[in-house]
Design a protein around this ligand. Structure first.
Ligand code: EPZ
Length: 420
């Protein structure tokens, strides 16, 4: 298992190019199975989760070429409706293949994706919505055997604005006859990106980015090749904002769309960081210790993103004052707290809240990444820690950050990767 060794307390400076969005790439790649044609999809980040999704698509019979951020995929010869169990267990977001496979093949066999490091991750809302569309789902020994023989558009109300459930229902509904509305839909920018991609394919999806999405089901016979560029990764952008705040540095964040992470920029501005926007470049200057934020609640978009919780906790662990962070989205997303405490952070967990008493400094330690964003949070903490920090199990971080080490080195971070 590889580790990062990071030497802290260096002044950072320079610029970082934000990669394409992991959470856009995965649903859009999955949706290419809807119709057999060639797709050229650009700005796809070279990260483990994307490579896993491409492996699954290859195993289903798709022709896949991936080079320099461009995926060329031809799904004409899709030849299976059984999604490989081992790969689903590896990347739980492959569950959004259900909707697309049902749209294309009229059936799908897929296993229950396991829970993961941050929670049980149930899929009851996915299944409830798909059943409402008329899909029959037999659950046996952890496998879901689904048939779409009499799908029909309908009104679906989500009990919670689940990102994955919203995506799965859209992908199942675009080809089923009739009119579908999704109430209390997730409003994340990645849902808008998916809508834009599907409408480029010829489908008719409207309302993404609001809580009501409408879909007019239709069959498409157009087989011409399609070309699409996905949005940049708002969580990676937010991660580098937290890097700047932690290292009291002046950084230029390029290729980021600030309106996708206003909830993060407003917290950092309130904490004393200076943000200057110019086109799709965002300059952040944090020349002194940030002030604590009274309370931060993670919420569905446009609220503060749960995927930024660990990173902002690391930054506020050395803030002036006490910050309370409430994790309202996932039930087990504080695994980075004991690791931050090993580095000298003063954090107490009380139910779903973490109370962070900002300390003057952190100290290098031997810590373990437990999940993707928690690992990124430990990297951020290590930047301002006195001495060296060893972060183990960095394969978690490889899942969602493209060229992370190179980007950090370019900013002046003293970091190396060791194996074993
Ligand atoms: C997506 O996961 C993201 N992943 C997650 O990013 C992100 O944290 C999450 O949305 C919330 O924004 C991808 O897009 C690939 P949800 P998803 O369904 O779709 C509960 C990262 O670090 N729920 O919105 O799985 C669920 O347990 C990852 O990039 C049900 O109860 O999230 C959770 O508490 C981590 N039943 C809440 O809803 C369901 O059927 C939000 O989950 C579905 C979800």
């Amino acid at each position: 298992m590889s580790s990062f060794i990071i030497e802290g307390t260096n002044e950072l400076c320079g610029e970082v190019e934000i990669s394409g969005s992991k959470n856009s790439a995965l649903p859009i790649l999955a949706s290419t199975v809807l119709d057999g044609r060639e797709y050229i999809i650009k700005n796809i980040p070279d990260i483990r989760d994307v490579r896993m999704m491409l492996d699954i698509l290859k195993k289903l019979g798709c022709a896949v070429d991936y080079d320099c951020g461009v995926v060329r995929i031809n799904t004409t010869n899709l030849n299976s409706y059984v999604v490989p169990e081992l790969l689903v267990k590896e990347i739980r977001s492959s569950i959004i293949l259900m909707g697309a496979m049902l749209g294309r093949m009229g059936k799908v066999e897929i296993c229950y994706p396991g829970g993961c490091e941050i929670g049980l991750r149930p899929i009851d809302l996915h299944l409830k919505g798909l059943k409402k569309l008329g899909i029959s789902i037999n659950e046996k020994n952890g496998m879901l055997d689904c048939n779409a023989n009499n799908m029909k558009g309908c009104d679906i109300h989500l009990d919670y604005p689940s990102v994955g459930a919203t995506e799965n229902i859209i992908l199942a509904a675009v080809k089923c006859k009739g009119f579908t509305t999704i109430q209390n839909a997730a409003k994340e920018p990645e849902i808008v990106d998916l809508q834009n991609f599907l409408n480029l394919c010829g489908y008719r999806v409207n309302g993404a980015g609001t809580s009501t999405i409408t879909i007019i089901g239709k069959k498409i016979n157009d087989k011409t090749s399609l070309d699409y560029k996905i949005i940049s990764d708002r969580i990676e952008a937010g991660t580098f904002l937290a890097v700047a705040a932690m290292a009291k540095s002046d950084l230029l964040i390029k290729n980021a769309d600030r309106k996708h992470f206003n909830s993060v920029t407003s917290i950092l501005e309130d904490a004393g960081c200076n943000l200057i926007e110019d086109n799709n470049e965002l300059r952040i200057k944090c020349s002194r210790r940030i002030k604590a934020a009274e309370i931060i609640r993670t919420q569905p978009y446009p609220g503060f993103p749960t995927d930024m919780q660990a990173q902002i906790m690391a930054a506020f662990s050395i803030a002036d004052g006490t910050t309370i962070i409430k994790e309202t989205v996932f039930e087990n997303r504080f695994k980075h707290v004991p690791e931050l405490i090993k580095m000298g952070a003063d954090i107490k967990i009380i139910g779903k809240a973490a109370v962070i008493n900002g300390t003057e400094k952190l100290y290098g330690a031997d810590v373990d990444a437990k999940d993707l964003r928690g690992g990124a949070g430990l990297v951020i903490a290590a930047l301002a820690a006195e001495g060296k920090t060893k972060i183990n199990n960095v394969y978690h971080i490889d899942r969602g950050y493209e060229n992370f080490i190179n980007k950090l080195c370019k900013l002046g971070v003293k970091i190396e990767k060791t194996s074993g």
